[in-house]
Design a protein around this ligand. Structure first.
Ligand code: NAD
Ligand code: UDP
Length: 252
């Protein structure tokens, strides 16, 4: 089909209110089929040194057809979580901040990079927003260039302070972008850092928007998982969330 026909088709679908991508996914990069090709599936996990990411890596590495590349800046993650894979021929670990472009050839991207605990994502709210917005943009640019499928780990926090219980996917949420409601009395900026959470909530909302726009505009195959509070081995004991707080207090 010529490009003009594709555009006509897209306009027809758009005018019928059909929000599905009209473009087929981009074709994989030719480098993907180089003679050094060894695995069937090359998978990038951003944030793979973290709590959930390292468990995902364990699962992906179980499949001998997979080659796994982790990109992480170790802000909240640790090489320790991946120590059993370091040196493995199907595993590669890169110190990389997702707010910078990344040029590699992969088939799938699991984009987890972002601090999940309020203590850490409030520590530098501007960096948290950058990680979610610029980081997701970069991973989508990568997915577009190489024709990879991409999954974003979003969060239940996209519902903000929800007015609907339990939250269904069709609910748009109730997020305060500036957290001003809680700011009826003047407080020093230093203390604000401890409770402002919109950097995370709004960051993930923009990340979801980017995912759907790249899907509709460029035909990228996407997945979004809105994860709710998760706990388990390798979680930081001082993570600051309800389950770890209760357990840590009980142990102490
Ligand atoms: P985590 O903090 O343990 O892991 C996040 C990883 O991302 C860490 O290894 C960290 O070093 C890395 N990272 C952070 N900023 C980065 C950057 N700019 N560039 C590269 N790497 C960076 O958190 P987690 O609990 O494993 O969460 C993983 C994902 O799941 C996050 O996207 C989070 O928002 C989402 N999520 C988690 C929960 C939960 O309950 N744990 C709930 C909802 C959503
Ligand atoms: N990008 C990347 N790796 C790639 C391709 C793109 O990190 O393999 C980044 C690129 O630097 C850009 C972003 O992804 O900042 C969005 O790329 P896209 O091609 O969609 O947009 P453009 O570069 O045209 O603004």
């Amino acid at each position: 089909m010529y490009e003009s026909e594709v555009i006509q088709e897209w306009l027809k679908k758009a005018s019928n209110g059909n929000h599905n991508a009209a473009k087929p996914p981009p074709t994989p990069s030719p480098l993907r089929f180089s003679k050094f090709f060894q695995s069937n599936m090359r998978i990038l996990v951003t944030g793979g040194a973290g709590f959930i990411g390292s468990h995902l890596v364990d699962k992906l590495m179980e499949n001998e057809k997979n080659e796994v590349i982790v990109a992480d800046n170790y802000f909240t993650g640790s090489k320790d979580n991946l120590k059993k894979w370091i040196g493995h021929p199907r595993f590669e670990l890169i110190r990389h901040d997702v707010t910078e472009p990344l040029l590699i050839e992969v088939d799938q991207i699991y984009h987890l990079a972002c601090p999940a605990s309020p203590i850490f994502y409030k520590y530098n709210p501007v960096k948290t927003i950058k990680t979610n917005v610029i980081g997701t943009l970069n991973m989508l640019g990568l997915a577009k260039r190489v024709g990879a499928r991409i999954l974003l780990t979003s969060t239940s926090e996209v519902y903000g302070d929800p007015l609907v219980h339990p939250q269904v996917e069709s609910y748009w949420g109730n997020v305060n972008p500036i957290d001003s409601a809680q700011c009826s009395i003047p407080i020093p900026v230093f203390f604000m850092v401890f409770w402002v959470r919109s950097c995370y909530d709004e960051g993930k909302r923009v990340a979801e928007t980017l995912m759907f726009d790249y899907h509709r505009q460029h035909g990228i195959e996407i997945r979004i998982a809105r994860i709710f509070n998760t706990y388990g081995p390798r979680m930081n004991i001082d993570d600051g969330r309800v389950v770890s707080n209760f357990i840590a207090q009980a142990v102490r």
